[in-house]
Design a binder for this molecule. Structure first.
Ligand code: NAP
Length: 273
């Protein structure tokens, strides 16, 4: 395999932002490894991308809530002789509802996916990137990272972790030629809102960006070596507000934006995710 091939490994590529990230990376000449749980969706995307671009696309179906999965993924890559140029930690989900009554297992599963798997993958691939002095990591955080989120407490906390980790790794890796970027989308049209049951929350009924636009902005920022990329002007304004306003005010605003009809009992929305 060519030494200078740029392989991008994208988690959560079976829908939404992840699928669009795969399309944009492919259009920019990266070779792809796409992963998620829904194998058929990944196969269909691989076929579509290979029909449009002359690049290899490898499919690996994995459940990243499983503690062994990041190691399994890295071993599969090694077996196939794939050196990771770009890791995209995009897989994630949210849940809306009361912290005290939401099913405990779903809350822990959210931390396992949004935090633990993302951290493990960064830890597994970063040493190779640093050794080679090239490549980088694009972690999908959220504008939720900038403040506490009443009614989505654990989700917002996981994204604050992703942002903090990414910023720290950015500083550690940059002097050695490796980029780490946190992409912070606001409301985006994907399956996320149905899974999290936020379709009727004020935050989403006020309008959402397209996943394609978020992906393009994220990859532009990653390729430019930026630490934090907030997608879209109104989201950048919101992030600035979170910086300037007192925390007590900003968390109340965040909580009010999560209000709206809850259509499913807390946590059930995710059972088919
Ligand atoms: N949409 C928004 O408004 C928004 C805003 C800010 C940030 N984000 C973040 O953007 C990222 C992508 O979400 P999205 O909006 O594109 O939502 P989405 O359409 O629901 O996509 C989520 C992806 O994660 C994968 N995934 C879920 N659970 C998984 C598991 N246990 N193991 C492996 N893969 C799993 C899903 O694939 P399978 O179901 O096939 O496994 C899917 O490909 C998430 O980190 C989310 O928090 C989204």
């Amino acid at each position: 395999m060519a030494e200078d091939a740029r392989w991008a490994v994208i988690t959560g590529a079976s829908s939404g932002i992840g699928a669009e990230l795969a399309r944009v990376f492919a259009a920019r000449g990266y070779f792809l490894v796409i992963t998620a749980r829904r194998h058929e969706r990944l196969e269909a995307l691989a076929e579509e991308i290979q029909g449009a671009h002359d690049i290899p696309v490898e499919v690996m179906a994995l459940d990243l809530e499983d503690r062994e999965a990041p190691q399994d993924l890295v071993e599969m890559l090694r077996d196939r002789g794939i050196q990771v140029h770009t890791l995209v930690n995009n897989a994630g989900f949210g849940l809306r509802g009361s912290f005290a009554t939401m099913p405990f297992e779903r809350q822990i599963a959210m931390i396992d996916l949004n935090v633990t798997a993302l951290t493990a993958l960064c830890r597994l691939v970063l040493p190779g990137m640093l050794e080679r002095g090239r490549g980088g990591i694009l972690n999908v955080a959220s504008t939720a990272a900038f403040q506490a989120g009443p009614h989505m407490a654990v989700y917002y906390a996981t994204k604050a972790y992703v942002l903090s980790l990414s910023e720290a790794l950015h500083e550690e890796a940059r002097p050695r030629g490796v980029t780490v970027t946190a992409l912070c989308p606001g409301p985006t049209e994907t399956e996320f809102s149905a899974t999290a049951d936020v379709e009727h929350a004020k935050l989403f009924t006020q309008g959402a960006m397209s996943a394609a636009e978020v992906a393009r902005i994220g990859i532009d920022g990653y390729e430019a070596g930026r630490a934090i990329v907030v997608a879209g002007a109104s989201n950048r304004l919101g992030a600035l507000g979170a910086k300037l306003l007192p925390r007590a005010v900003i968390r109340k605003i965040a909580g009010s934006l999560q209000r709206g009809e809850v259509t499913k009992p807390a946590g059930e929305a995710n059972e088919d995710a």
